[in-house]
Design a protein around this ligand. Structure first.
Ligand code: ADP
Ligand code: MG
Length: 693
């Protein structure tokens, strides 16, 4: 039987097919989804503000008599209603859209109540299109009144609809059992309040609640729920970890044959940090239980070779390896790098992406299923049901921040059919600040490559306004004339892919006109993968000197000879992304430069971002700054489905709660396994779990 939270909103009064589809698009399908779809802000419609006390720029509820109403016939018809309340000030209500009947009813001396934003008009205070009511019923007494929630919404869903829906569910929620068992595990300063009561409170805060403490989520009830949410995450990750620890995995001891051969073939020696990390991984792989390791290393720190050596240890032991990347472009690059290392060792490499269709796909799947392919590189396509491995021993995921708890759980679920669980290595170049890692990756062991390969010099970064574009183009000319290569990155985010590609095309054409002596390649999302790969290969081979690209190259290219990067409109990108982009240069022995060609005027935050980027070179420092400037959701890529989704808590702001929940999660789990499962279910919506103990 479905629990209360699993009831469908489609069954609520007034929800038809269309409405339920619209809600589903916002991720609202069940009562749980609706309850956790929290108000963005609140309005205080519980008390009437005398007209004399109105402050422009604020929203207010007012009440008075209509002193005058007239339709003004100018270029545009306007209904002007003047309201008086006995104070010295009168207020003008303006309506641009109105029916004749509506105007008719605005008779002088009629009592009117209105809610809207107050502004300065011509010599008077005014409200434009306020919500209003004529001859209103008396306001409810303050004891029963509550603030009006404003929900984040989408087209076709009005606030009135949200209120009607939440009213129904909140009323039913009030009938559900509610207990304050969590109180014992939360900081003692937080109020005693059941989980359901706290949720009801957040949807309908009582009159008089301080709006500012709601906005900043500092109100004790907000903190009470944030603590609960953080507990849910800690518990879920602990559970994942616990289950994986129970599972059996093949010990991939290896005989060193392939690993040693690759070591011998490398044109460089591994850094101490790489060697250390490899020791940690090798030890984990040799265990009969699955490795769960997160490998953090700044851009260019050399994670790929670490992945390759780990993969060979698995192959030596007779097992297959799956390496997953977030984009086809990155998968392509991994395939290229791995091919260069694995082909001489006769290790069979396959790759699978969304674009492999029909016959070709069937052939690849067969190769994977038969075990003929020892190492398989791919995108999310590797997650799909139809992909069956003969003997999967190790899964490597690159750029992990896009794989959230749900994906990690799915990875596990998938292998539950088999007897053994594969080892898991997750690699990321987005350093995760500690406060965040404690929430998002509590289920993983951590390895860090904290040094770059020798000979790398920090990339000198300058910011120039775009009026100096011609100068920058000359700089590209000089660099390329002396045998170096350059990137020119066009940014146009939040616009359609078509627009991005057009912008890149226009820039490439412009640069070609100024720099006729250069071979210029252009890469963007619309260029077919095969062609893109050919272009990248020609850039890597030095056949063209300048690569014009959209941000698709962010994770895509490794060309040590490229020592100059121009980023147009860097103010449009986040710090982490800029750092990733810049990491494409400074990979060789040559001194490298990055020019941030910005369009003035810069907002304060954008200026701060560029300043940080010029001053800092460590991805960790930059990540911390990024977290401060943008908040946790953005840093982890919350918009990607499945990534850490915190509805209320903020690991940075609520650091004390993070530490607290980490400390007490174990006890809670022991003492309240059932209730803990319910918490996870509520906040993460993870349905597939067994007993937690
Ligand atoms: P990332 O960690 O960003 O994935 P890569 O694995 O792409 O970095 O490595 C960046 C570049 O550094 C590659 O060209 C790689 O071959 C090279 N590299 C890796 N390790 C070393 C090393 N120890 N010494 C010199 N170059 C190295
Ligand atoms: Mg990489």
């Amino acid at each position: 039987m479905a629990t209360f939270e699993q009831h469908l909103v489609a069954d609520l009064h007034g929800v038809g097919q269309r409405l339920s589809e619209r809600l589903a698009r916002l991720g609202v399908r069940t009562f749980r989804d609706l309850l956790l779809y929290l108000p963005l802000r609140y309005q205080d419609r519980t008390q009437i503000t005398p007209l004399a006390q109105l402050r422009p720029g604020t929203e207010a509820l007012i009440e008075g008599q209509i002193a005058d109403a007239e339709i003004h016939h100018g270029r545009r018809r306007i209904l002007r209603v003047l309201v008086a309340d006995g104070t010295q000030v009168q207020l003008l209500l303006l309506f641009f859209h109105f029916s004749p009947a509506q105007a008719q009813r605005m008779k002088p001396a009629t009592q009117i109540r209105a809610y809207g934003e107050v502004r300065f008009g011509f010599g008077a205070l005014e409200m434009i299109h306020p919500e209003y009511e004529l001859n209103p019923a008396p306001l409810p007494p303050p004891e029963t009144a509550h603030l009006t929630p404003i929900y984040p919404t989408a087209e076709g869903l009005t606030q009135a609809m949200w209120r009607a829906l939440t009213d129904q569910v909140l009323e039913q929620l009030a009938q559900q059992p509610d207990s304050d068992w969590l109180k014992a595990y939360l900081p003692s300063t937080l109020p005693a309040l059941g989980s359901n009561a706290a949720l009801r409170w957040l949807h309908r805060p009582p009159a008089g609640t301080d709006l500012e403490s709601l906005r900043s989520r500092q109100h004790p009830v907000c903190r009470r729920l944030a603590g609960e949410e953080l507990f849910a995450h800690q518990l879920a990750l602990r559970q994942l970890r616990h289950e994986r620890r129970q599972a059996k995995a093949p010990p991939l001891v290896g005989d060193g044959s392939l690993v040693n051969a690759l070591h011998a073939a490398l044109p460089f020696t591994l850094t101490a940090a790489q060697q250390q990390v490899l020791v940690e991984i090798a030890e984990d792989l040799a265990q009969p239980r699955p490795m769960m390791r997160l490998l953090q290393g700044d851009v260019g720190s050399g994670k790929t070779i670490v992945a390759a050596l780990a993969a060979l240890q698995a192959v030596e032991s007779g097992y297959q390896v799956a390496l997953m990347a977030p984009t086809e472009l990155l998968a392509e690059q991994h395939r290229r790098h791995l091919a260069q290392w694995l082909n001489p060792l006769n290790v069979e490499l396959a790759w699978l992406c969304g674009r492999h269709k029909g016959r070709e796909r069937a052939r690849i799947l067969e190769c994977i299923a038969s075990g003929a392919a020892a190492v398989v590189v791919g995108t999310h396509a590797l997650f799909q049901e139809e992909v069956e491995f003969a003997t999967l021993g190790l899964v490597i995921i690159d750029e992990q921040h896009r794989f959230g708890v749900h994906q990690r759980q799915r990875l596990r679920a998938k292998r539950d059919h088999g007897v053994e669980t594969a080892h898991l290595l997750i690699m990321t170049a987005t350093p995760i600040p500690r406060s965040l890692a404690m929430v998002a990756y509590a289920d993983l062991d951590l390895s860090v490559i904290d040094t770059l390969p020798p000979g790398r010099q920090p990339v000198t970064t300058v910011a120039l306004p775009d009026i100096r574009r011609a100068e920058v183009i000359e700089r590209v000319r000089t660099a390329c004339a002396s045998g170096r290569q350059a990137y020119w990155v066009c940014t146009l985010i939040d616009e359609s892919e078509t627009l991005q590609c057009q912008a890149a095309e226009a820039t490439a054409a412009e640069l070609a006109a100024y720099l006729p002596e250069l071979h210029i390649a252009l890469i963007h999302g619309r260029i077919k993968p095969a062609q893109r790969e050919a272009l990248m290969a020609s850039f890597a081979a030095g056949d063209c000197e300048l690569l014009v690209a959209t941000t698709v190259i962010e994770v895509g290219v490794d060309v040590p000879n490229a020592s100059l990067m121009i980023i147009e409109n860097p103010e449009r990108l986040g710090l982490a992304q800029l750092h990733q982009l810049r990491g494409r240069v400074g990979r060789g022995a040559e001194k490298s430069y990055c020019v941030l060609l910005y369009h003035p005027p810069l907002s304060a935050t954008a200026a701060e971002r560029l300043r940080i980027l010029r001053a800092e070179h460590s991805g960790f420092t930059i990540a911390d700054a990024d977290l401060r400037l943008r908040g946790a959701g953005e840093v982890l890529g919350t918009r990607q489905a499945g990534a850490l989704q915190l509805r209320l808590a903020d690991p940075m702001r609520d650091q004390d709660l993070v530490a607290h929940t980490r400390q007490h999660a174990g006890t809670l789990l022991r003492e309240h396994p059932q209730a803990a499962a319910a918490l996870i279910q509520r906040w993460l919506g993870l349905t597939d779990h067994r007993s937690l103990v």
